[in-house]
Design a protein around this ligand. Structure first.
Ligand SMILES: [Zn+2]
Ligand SMILES: [Zn+2]
Length: 323
């Protein structure tokens, strides 16, 4: 009985985390935390929101689910008398973009990586949860897109919005507030839990680890790190998180090189010593292993792409451009 309840709860969480359509109909309050230098953390339901307030206007990172937009606007109004001028999406998932249409209607300019717009423009399937997400309304789509990086110079700070290749998805961006010394990582960090890596949306364990290394490099001992989910983090905690994930990935690689199958590796359990601490979120140890395994399989598939078979190349090429 308890097991079933846990399964249902886990399923609900996965729906909540990836879909802007499904939304748990419970009372949600927006809780605001002042991080200093005009930057705030807003927590409600869905991805953590970053807010930057100053003379030039309100800059917001992610917007959770559509039914929360009015509450989020009210929380912004408690801090500033201006509406949200710029809205950044860290990636396409509905728990970060669900409010896009509502904010666009009240004048926000939505900015995101090119692949966020591409994925939101068409129906998506999140393979890990076997879930279909319909295309978003025209007004919900980002109107300014970038491929590598875009910088904002507002409210006396310089903000670098940096694309991270193939980490949580293929459209991730992290936001680095240079003067405030704050980094919003979107879902390239699930603080305190194993990460969800959306392989079907172009995510990979290799990209996930690479980005953690990059952010550790960018950060200093005073940097405040906003994760996509979970409580605030910092450099030393990020180093531990990276070591954990790299260790599990290494365990996988060793067994794979020994010729072990996914079933055998699952049986052995490559993450046992971390499961108590990180395996109780909505990503269980088996799911993490599946993401790692799929990342290495996907890599093999990509290697196949450069084989000189014209028919194959054409087919793959056409398939890829559709994403
Ligand atoms: Zn999320
Ligand atoms: Zn996500």
């Amino acid at each position: 009985m308890k097991n079933l309840a846990q399964k249902i709860f886990g399923l609900m969480l996965s729906v909540i985390l990836v879909s802007g359509v499904a939304f748990a109909q419970q009372e949600v309050n927006i809780v605001t935390t002042d991080l200093g230098s005009g930057v705030y953390l807003l927590k409600g339901q869905g991805g953590n929101i970053g807010l930057f307030v100053g003379e030039d206007g309100v800059f917001m990172i992610d917007d959770q689910f559509a039914p929360l937009s009015d509450k989020i606007k009210a929380a912004v109004a408690d801090i500033s008398d201006q509406p949200v001028k710029f809205l950044i999406n860290t990636h396409w998932h509905g728990d970060h973009t669900g409010g896009n249409e509502n904010f666009a209607k009240s004048g926000s300019v939505i900015v995101a990586h090119e692949n966020v717009r591409k994925r939101m423009s068409t129906k998506q399937v999140i393979k890990a949860f076997n879930r279909e997400v319909p295309a978003s309304a025209q007004q919900a789509l980002p109107v300014i897109t970038f491929t590598e990086q875009v910088n904002f110079h507002i409210n006396g700070d310089d903000l670098n919005v940096i694309h991270v290749p193939n980490a949580h998805t293929d459209g991730d961006a992290i936001i680095h507030f240079i003067k405030a010394n704050i980094i919003h990582m979107g879902d390239t960090l699930f603080n305190g839990n194993y990460p969800f890596i959306d392989i079907g949306s172009g995510g990979s364990i290799q990209g996930y680890l690479q980005n953690l290394e990059n952010v550790i490099e960018l950060a200093d001992d005073k940097t405040q790190i906003i994760p996509g989910h979970g409580v605030m983090s910092n450099k030393s905690s990020l180093i531990l998180y990276h070591a954990m994930l790299a260790d599990i990935h290494n365990n996988y690689k060793i067994l794979k090189e020994q010729g072990k199958s996914l079933e055998e590796i699952t049986e052995i359990g490559i993450s046992k010593k971390y499961d108590g601490k990180y395996g109780n979120g909505f990503i269980k140890p088996e799911s993490l292993l599946n993401f790692i395994h799929a990342s290495s399989v996907e890599k093999l598939d990509k290697a196949k792409l450069i084989q000189p078979n014209k028919t194959d190349l054409h087919d793959h090429g056409a398939g890829q451009s559709a994403h």
